[in-house]
Design a protein around this ligand. Structure first.
Ligand SMILES: NC(=O)c1ccc[n+]([C@@H]2O[C@H](COP(=O)([O-])OP(=O)(O)OC[C@H]3O[C@@H](n4cnc5c(N)ncnc54)[C@H](OP(=O)(O)O)[C@@H]3O)[C@@H](O)[C@H]2O)c1
Length: 286
């Protein structure tokens, strides 16, 4: 969808939290804010007193999400419809992030997609669209946000990556590679901006109940219930890890154990695990 709808805002000026900027507001910009993990971030940050800028493609759904948050919390909530797989969409959000008159204190890059097909049957157009959203948009928005944050010596960026980025255990060649990039990039940038008072976190969830797999047409019916996480719990753990000054957050003990294994087990071990996991989970990506 074209990113041609101007930002719309509403909400009250009451209840500014401490640590607010010069105009008294704390602001967070969340991409992918209408569903899943991004929507859970929006709910939690609104409850914590942030004013919000919500980004996704579907303008109607954005307006509904904003109205719900305003009704519940009374914060100011603006919407910015933008397709982040396009230059135009990224440019629109970059411009908002760079606006020093209303500084953004927290950027959450949650919008991301997967594809349900083997790489050899894919197309350059589809794989490139995935990379533009999962990688290029994260790069551009992080780069748009950080100069202002480092100048103000205050701010945080959370890039939603995945457990899949720790090793190609799950099928789909480009998705795990895109998430490996997000995790590596975020850790690297985190170290460079930490001395300037800015935090960057790579959030690496496992399977989380959202619209993600349905949108990609991935059948998850064989995935055992115990493997699923709740988006609200993922967000709670991420914000706790951000407070603890961590650079990587892996919510839930079972995925922490899995990531430890992926990081330290020899390749032949996790390739065997991968083969087994593909059979058990029905080819799902996370
Ligand atoms: N769910 C999981 O199991 C899981 C596990 C690990 C990591 N992750 C990661 O978590 C992040 C969030 O995923 P989710 O599970 O919350 O997905 P989701 O429920 O499918 O939500 C995706 C959100 O992104 C927006 N979006 C999609 N394409 C976009 C585009 N081109 N431009 C702008 N916004 C776009 C969607 O709104 P519109 O369609 O209106 O644009 C929606 O708000 C992703 O980066 C994903 O890789 C998910």
């Amino acid at each position: 969808m074209a990113a041609d709808v101007p930002p719309q805002g509403s909400g009250s000026d009451a209840g500014r939290p401490s640590g607010a900027g010069r105009d008294g507001a704390r602001r967070a910009l969340v991409t992918g804010a209408t569903a899943g993990i991004g929507a859970a971030f929006a709910r939690r940050l609104a409850a914590d007193g942030y004013d919000l800028l919500l980004v996704a493609r579907d303008g109607e759904r954005l307006a509904e999400a904003a109205a719900e948050l305003i009704a519940r919390h009374g914060n100011r909530v603006d919407v910015l419809p933008a397709d982040l797989a396009t230059d135009e969409g990224c440019g629109l959000v970059e411009a908002r992030l760079a606006d020093a008159s209303a500084p953004v204190d927290m950027l959450v890059n949650s919008a991301g997609i997967s594809l349900n097909r083997s790489f050899v049957r894919s197309t350059v157009a589809d794989e490139s669209r995935l990379l533009r959203l999962n990688v290029h948009a994260v790069l551009r928005l992080t780069l748009a946000a950080l100069p202002g944050m480092t100048e103000r010596r205050h701010g945080a960026v959370i890039n939603v990556s995945s457990v899949a980025g720790f090793g190609p255990v799950m099928p789909g060649s480009t998705y795990p590679a895109s998430k490996a990039w997000v995790t590596n990039f975020s850790e690297s940038v985190a170290q460079s901006v930490r001395p300037m008072g800015v935090r960057v976190l790579a959030l690496c969830p496992g399977y989380t109940r959202t619209e993600f797999h349905d949108r990609a047409g991935i059948n998850m019916t064989k995935t055992p219930e115990w493997l699923w996480l709740r988006a609200d719990d993922v967000v709670r753990d991420a914000l706790r890890d951000l407070d603890r000054d961590r650079m990587v957050s892996v919510p839930d003990w079972k995925y922490k154990v899995a990531v430890f294994g992926l990081r330290h087990a020899p390749g032949r071990v996790w390739r065997a695990v991968a083969k087994d996991a593909r059979g058990r989970t029905g080819r799902g990506e996370l």
